[in-house]
Structures are given as C-alpha cells and as structure tokens.
Design a binder for this molecule. Structure first.
Ligand code: FES
Length: 650
C-alpha cells in the first residue's frame, strides 16, 4: 500500500492516469501501480513470464509533479528481464521495463503504454464513431498451486482456490461440475502451474496447464442472408480472422417470412433451421480458428446479434409467434447460454451472450447497431437505418430513442428487379447516366474502374448503343432503359422502378412516423448501415427520397454496425449492461397500426417526395423542377402492400 510517512519513502507518479503515492525504496513498480489502482495488465502475477506489465520510466525534471525523475531512480535491468527478453517471440521494446521486476529507488514518473493497460482503446477508423474500450469478459490468472502431501490431504480444487485467493485475491469463484473431471490432469500436466480463465461473473471457464498467453472470443452476426464471424483477441481486441457464409436457411425460404411460413407448414421446420444455422456457426468457428492458427477450445466467449427470427432459430425457439400480430418475442432480454447448449463445438465452458431484442421486428441486430453507433450518448438527433428486406430504423438522441421496422421487401437486395442480384463480385453497384445523352457508365463490385475507363476488363466493350432512342425501348405498354447490351443484356424496366419506389416509400414512411412521434422536421445526422447502406452514396439515397433532408456532410455509412455491436459486446462486458439499459427505454413504434403510415407512404412514392422539401439537398444538387402541384416527380400509386401483417398470408 502507498505510505505517506517515513523519510525513506519516495514519490511515484503514474501517467497518463496521474495517480501518485509514496512508497518505500525497493517497492516493485507493479506493486506500487496496483496499490494505487493504476490500470496495468498482468497474467503471470509478477513472475516475469507474461510481459504484460511493461512500463516506461520517464526521465527528466517534471516541475508539475515536483519530481526530478533521474535514470538511477529505478533499479537497473534485472536478471528476470534479461531472461524474458531472450525468450523467442518475446519483446521488451527499447526503453521499456517489466514493472514486476523493476524496483523504485527514488522519485520517479512512470508511464503506462496503452498496450500494457487492461482497458485498452480500439480507435475506430469510421468518421464520427466512438472508440471501443476493452473490458475483457474473461481474464487469465497464472498461479502456482501447492502440491498435496501426506500432511495436507486437502483436495486439489481447494488448493487451487487457495492459490487464486493468495495470488490474485479472487474469492467465491464458481467451478462448474465439469471442471472437476479434468482438474487433476491439468494440475499435474502443468506441474502445479496453471493459468485459470475467469469470467467477469466469477465463473471459472478453463484451467490450462502451464502458462497461457491469451484467449479468443467470437463475435457473430447472424443475418438472414449471410452469417459473419470475427475471431478476436480478448485482450487487445485485435480481429485475428473473419469469415462469412451464406445462411443455409435460404433453402427453406428466401426471406424471413417465408422461413416462418416453412415452420408453419412443416412440424419440424424450426428444428431443421436451428440445426443448419448452428452447423454454419461451427463451420465458421473452425474456419476462423484455422486461419488464425488457434484451437477451437481457445474460444471462450461468443456474442451474437441477429434479427428476431434468426435470434429465435439460433436459440432453438420456434419463431411462429413472430409471423403474425402482435409479433410476440419469446424474450426481449439478453440471453446468456453455454455454447454446448447451442451445440457449438467450442470449449466446454464457453459462454454465449445474445444481445437483447427490442420488438417483434426489431431484433438484437438493431441493439448491436445502437451499441456501435451510440445515438443515446449524443446531443445530435441521429437517424440510423439498416436497409435490408426489412429496414430497421432508430431515431433520437440522449434524451429519447425510438425504433421501428419498415417492410421494404427484397427489392433493395436485388430480388423483384428484372436483372437484379445480390451484392456479389460482378454485380453492378453504381450507375451514372449523362442527363443529356442518357449514356450510362457503371461500376461493378470487385473492380475500382468505371465501365468507360480503359482496363475495365471485357466489360469495357462498347454496347453499340449510342442514341437516346436506342437506350429506351418499348416493352408492351411500358418502357425499359438499356443499361448494358453486351454478352448479357441488362435493362431496367418500369416495374423495376416501381419496385424500388415501393421499397423506398415504405422505408421513408417509417422514418417519417418516427420523426412525427419525436415532433421534429429534420434530423442532425444520418448513418446508413447494412450491405445496401454501405454501397449507396448518401447523395443519391437522398435524391431517391430514401432518407430525409439533411446536411450531406452529416450522412455517412455505418459499415456493418450490427456486427461491430457484437464485437463491442464481446470485448467490453460492461457494454452489455449499457445496451440492456438503453433497450429498455427505447420506444417501439409499430408502423402497422399507425394511421399516418399510409399517407406518408403515398407521399414518399414521388422522387424525392410529394410533400416533404429537401432544401439542404437542393443546395448541393440541382433537383428537377417542381410541377404545378409542387411535386418534384409525382405518379399514381397503388395502395401500399402491408407485408408481414397477416398470418394467413405467410
Ligand atoms: S506481470 Fe507478468 S511479466 Fe510482469
């Protein structure tokens, strides 16, 4: 403990925390840091094995601290440090010292580098995104257990508990019954030296013979189309490997409702879909573990996000109630479950955390998006939109947060579009059409060049179409626009335009409802998430009337926000409490029962909108002239289809 008396005491200041205290000469720096509650990592308990406790002795005069931190004020390089630095794959960078093997000899200033702190920060590259603070859900503790002898006949478990208390002050730990089966073997294999993994709830997850360096966790985003997994180092947050696979449930139904429909018509349909999604996760886990050269049983923690139907199927819950009003969830709370109960082939004690759902159509993926984007921490009114077959919408700020889903249908994912396809290499992702000549140029996924640039592979081949009349062709009673007339003819029909109109109108109507509920006419910032949100340029999303008017500089892509949310929940266990609390206060808006939805939908069929103005957008681009009704582009619209609203139609 720090002391304040004694003439032989010296002063120590730790940076960047600024924590300070007086200690007797000869105190190891690590002890001083721990006594002051300074954030310094350690797995080996000060034995010079782990190298986590590295610090830098800041030398010189520090008037602010009234300290002259001379180089001789700490002990010289110790034998322990030399042995550590000589080990393969170990590094003691220039100027760094092992704090457990270095003593304080005089007043000094000690800096704790970011990578020696338990609570590290991951700086996110996305503009305007909060950094991720790492508060690992599972930590490693190396201990040396006293061997049994004829005079001390206590059990191995008792002596392991005593070692954890003696060396780490860990008490009341829970050892599952399964741990006992292998404990004696592990202790003897490690010659009574073991590294114990303990989670933040005091549950012992694993006892590893000998010294163990690090553990991994898996963050999984279970989408209805694709499933993505990220293997992370639980200490540093580093993504060690990532992999994605198509969700094999697609064979039971392309979209979510057709999967619920499958369950309705096949008594064991839910069990079949649960089985295949779990197999996929096992396959992904094997894949990422192999890529990162890790063993499957090193994965000790898993987090999941997914929409309500994926959430239920993953957990083995029949999703039938989500197929019709009132769309009741089995639970809207977070779920903590053992991996083995989900039939995942990971460590026998691996725990899974499934983020909470918000409402029948607004799932754990939206909770992940909120965790990642943190609108609840901002003053600015933020609109988050995850665009897919169903669009999830979150609107609000630190005062109030609303959420809804809008039935956009599969048009944004390429279905129902004549030449549409999913986002995959070779798919056209951007098109620009010259307003005068109607000549197009386009970009495909997997190639950085525009189609009119040299080197655009075969697709640079001229289509042979040059005139306006040749681009627009009559098809029965409607017209189509020929985008490309190569080996594969790609055209956009009037029905395609209509499908996009219906989809974007459903999304916008949902957004408008939330704005109405919040009593606002504009939003401060917009973040577009999901695969579609990542590919569309904000300007064109707004021209389309997909999102409301906003300063274009404040509209950006949020990447895979749901997946990032899963990663945050994996790396920072306190974020789980945070999202559970936020979700409890999110106001759910059910678009199906809102009387204004229909009117907003009809207005939103126009480009960008029949009623709503886009003054900020108009400053950036020249919008088409308004017609006599004040509409930018108005068409007759059919009554909107309220998908997913009747059980009978599923
Ligand atoms: S605490 Fe492990 S090397 Fe210092």
């Amino acid at each position: 403990m720090p002391t304040n008396t004694g003439s032989s005491d010296v002063r120590v200041v730790f940076t960047p925390s600024g924590k300070r205290g007086h200690f007797p000469i000869g105190t190891p720096i690590l002890h001083a840091a721990q006594a002051l509650g300074v954030d310094v990592d350690s797995v080996c308990g000060g034995r010079g094995l782990c190298g986590r406790c590295q610090v830098v002795h800041a030398t010189g005069n520090f008037p602010k601290h009234h300290i002259n931190s001379k180089s001789e004020n700490i002990s010289s390089i110790s034998e322990t440090e030399k042995v550590y630095a000589a080990k393969p794959k170990k590094t003691l960078l220039d100027g760094r010292r092992l704090s457990c093997a270095t003593q304080i000899l005089g007043d000094c200033v000690i800096d704790i580098p970011p990578d020696s702190q338990v609570h590290q920060q991951i700086v996110r590259k996305e503009a305007d995104a909060f950094d991720i603070e790492i508060i690992p859900p599972v930590q490693l503790h190396y201990v040396e257990v006293w061997e049994p002898n004829m005079h001390d006949p206590s059990g191995d478990l008792r002596r392991l508990r005593e070692a954890l208390e003696r060396e780490w002050h860990l008490t009341n730990l829970r050892f599952g019954p399964g741990m006992l089966l292998s404990l004696q073997k592990e202790l003897r294999e490690g010659d009574w030296k073991v590294t114990v993994a303990v989670d933040y709830l005091g549950q012992v997850i694993a006892v590893n013979p000998g010294f163990k360096e690090s553990l991994c966790g898996l963050a999984v985003d279970v989408g209805s189309t694709t499933v993505a997994a990220h293997l992370c180092n639980l200490r540093t947050g580093e993504v060690l490997a990532s992999a994605g696979m198509m969700n094999p449930q697609i064979r039971f139904g392309e979209d979510l409702m057709s999967r619920v429909s499958y369950v309705m018509m096949h008594p064991d349909g839910d069990a079949e879909m649960t089985k295949v999604i779990r197999e996929t996760i096992n396959e992904l886990a094997e894949n990422v573990a192999a890529k990162a050269n890790r063993k499957l049983d090193e994965i000790v923690e898993v987090t999941f996000v997914g929409n309500p139907i994926m959430h239920h199927l993953l957990l083995g819950i029949n999703p039938i109630e989500l197929g019709g009003a009132p769309f009741a969830l089995a639970t809207d709370e977070s779920v903590r479950i053992r991996a083995r109960d989900l039939k995942l082939n990971l460590h026998t004690n691996t725990r899974c955390y499934v983020l909470p759902c918000i409402a029948g159509h607004v799932g754990a993926d939206t909770a992940g998006m909120i965790l990642s984007e943190a609108p609840h921490k901002r003053e600015a009114i933020t609109l988050l939109v995850d665009i897919g077959t169903n669009a999830e919408i979150v609107l609000g700020n630190k005062e109030r947060l609303l959420a809804a889903s809008s039935p956009t249908g599969p048009a944004f994912e390429g279905a129902q579009i004549t030449c549409g396809q999913r986002a995959a290499p070779g798919a056209i992702e951007r098109v620009r059409i010259d307003q005068k000549t109607l000549e197009p140029k386009f970009k495909v996924i997997g190639c950085d060049l525009w189609s009119d640039e040299s080197g655009f592979s075969k697709q640079t081949k001229k289509t042979g179409i040059t005139g306006i009349c040749e681009r627009i062709i009559k098809e029965g009673r409607t017209f189509s626009y020929i985008l490309h007339d190569g080996e594969q003819k790609i055209h956009i029909s009037q029905n395609d335009v209509r499908a996009i109109q219906l989809a974007k109108a459903a999304l916008y109507a949902g957004i408008r409802l939330l704005m109405e509920r919040l009593d606002i006419e504009s939003v401060d910032r917009i973040r577009l998430a999901g695969a579609f949100g990542n590919h569309i340029e904000p300007k064109f999303a707004m021209i389309l009337g997909l999102i409301p008017d906003c300063n274009l500089k404040q509209v950006s892509s949020a990447g895979n926000a749901a997946g990032t949310g899963a990663r945050i929940a994996l790396l920072n266990h306190e974020s789980r409490n945070e999202i559970e609390e936020v979700v409890r206060h999110v106001e759910k808006v059910e678009t199906a029962v809102e009387s204004n939805f229909q009117q907003h939908f009809v207005n939103a069929m126009a480009f960008p909108n029949k009623i709503d103005k886009f003054p900020k957008l108009a400053k950036e681009v020249q919008l088409p002239a308004e017609n006599m009704n004040g509409n930018i582009y108005d068409i007759d619209v059919p009554a909107p289809k309220r998908r997913r609203r009747k059980k009978a139609n599923l």
